[in-house]
Design a protein around this ligand. Structure first.
Ligand code: NAI
Length: 399
């Protein structure tokens, strides 16, 4: 169980690019990183595309005004001159800026924690992976739901053969918040999501399904997709060519099959994020809206609901426990868990501790690269008339 005690020698000096006053995701980063004040200290930022607003915001969340910079280039240059300059930076800006900011951060000798989808192309991903290796730096990717420890319980149970051979993978990440085009016109956070120049080659495939795809790989690291078929639609026509709905069929190398539905036009749906893994003996099912529960359905037996924090859960799951039984955990704890793992990875990298790095399960650069490939393959299939395409897996698996 985690109780905030230090896991690394001292907190990392942390900065943020983006995630300012009007940003949707910035607070989740701070919630995650600052949950244990033994892991990170927020000491600098270029929080906003608007420098004045960014500085005002930074001061308001307790950052020294002299270290609230007008842009990331100035931040990296000025911080490099300080003995107590930032060591790691998080990038919480729109998709189209991730590549150049990430490259600049690594160039400035910083570890990086970057939002998904990581970049637009796998070439960019490979280039950044090489650069990170050359610089001896970690690149973590904030698949923010993936720190929920019940996913590690699923991973352990599958590994232990509790559901038998996997036959069917059923994934869904849908909501209805973009059932019409109102937010496309009124919300800055939504406008760029339907602009291919800023969002990249996809809308919901990148915005939503990269999370679920990564989580499925976290749960079943041995299951690699052989082929997929994606059919995507823009029900709100002005979003074309970017999709607001997509179906993906998957065929796995071991003969299992899968389907994923991702959508932001699932009208009336407030949070449809679900993972069901069907094996030859039993199934496991987890809903993001009920993160403390995991359904275990053995054929012919009463359905079981496994509850977070109980001693019958796997050690790997309870190791990430924070609040204990009777007290509900959720997205904030999930973010705190992945941020803590990023800190442990960064500390290990700094000490050349390859053993720790090898055994640490967290969304790393390969997970980010795999997410880019997921989008590329889906888009390739959809734009080829929804045809089957060979899935090009990344060489380094997530095990
Ligand atoms: P947003 O549009 O709401 O906020 C972006 C923030 O970045 C704003 O504060 C803006 O002023 C700032 N910004 C933009 N360009 C900048 C620059 N060049 N330098 C400094 N600041 C800059 O976007 P949102 O929704 O917060 O998304 C940001 C990223 O996070 C996207 O890549 C998105 O896919 C991802 N995201 C991830 C989530 C997760 O669960 N991991 C949830 C929501 C978004």
């Amino acid at each position: 169980m985690l109780n905030g005690e230090r896991k690394i020698a001292r907190p990392l000096r942390w900065g943020m690019v983006g995630g300012g006053r009007l940003g949707q995701v910035g607070y989740k980063h701070r919630t995650g990183a600052l949950r244990d004040n033994t892991a990170y200290q927020l000491v600098a930022g270029a929080f906003d595309i608007d420098p004045e607003r960014g500085k005002d915001f930074g001061i308001n969340i307790g950052v020294d005004g002299n270290r609230c910079y007008p842009d990331y280039k100035t931040m990296f240059a000025e911080e490099a001159l300080r003995e107590d300059g930032v060591e790691v930076v998080s990038i919480a800006t729109p998709n189209g800026t991730h590549y150049e900011i990430c490259k600049a951060a690594l160039g400035a000798g910083l570890h990086v924690i970057c939002e998904k989808p990581l970049f637009f192309t796998s070439e960019e991903g490979e280039e950044i992976k090489d650069l990170a290796e050359k610089k001896g730096k970690i690149v973590g990717v904030t698949y923010g739901f993936s720190g929920n420890q019940m996913l590690l319980q699923m991973r352990a149970m599958i590994e232990q053969g509790k559901i038998g051979e996997i036959r069917v993978v059923d994934l869904q990440y849908t909501h209805g918040f973009n059932a019409n085009d109102q937010a496309d016109k009124t919300s800055d956070s939504q406008k760029w999501r339907v602009d291919p120049k800023v969002a990249g080659p996809s809308f919901v495939l990148g915005d939503l399904s990269t999370h679920t795809y990564y989580m499925s790989q976290l749960i079943m690291p041995h299951m690699k997709i052989k082929k997929l078929l994606c059919d995507r639609q823009s029900f709100v026509g002005s979003r074309a060519p970017l999709e607001d709905n997509a179906f993906v069929l998957m065929r796995y190398e071991n003969g299992a099959v899968g389907r994923l539905w991702t959508s932001s036009i699932n009208a009336g749906c407030m949070d449809g994020h679900r993972i069901r893994i069907v094996g030859s003996k039993a199934s496991l099912e987890w809903w993001d809206s009920k993160p403390n529960e995991l359904r275990y359905e053995v054929q012919g037996e009463p359905i079981q609901t496994l509850i977070r924090a109980m001693p019958y859960l796997d050690e790997s799951c309870n190791a990430d426990e924070r609040l204990g039984a009777l007290h509900q955990e959720g997205l904030s704890e999930s973010w705190a868990n992945i941020y803590l793992k990023f800190a442990i990875a960064i500390d290990a990298k700094n000490r050349n501790d390859e053993e720790t790095l090898k055994n640490l399960v967290y969304p790393d650069i390969d997970a980010g690269l795999d997410g880019i490939r997921w989008i590329e393959n889906c888009v390739r299939s959809a734009d080829n008339g929804a045809s089957w395409v060979e899935f090009e897996n990344i060489k380094a698996l997530l095990v």
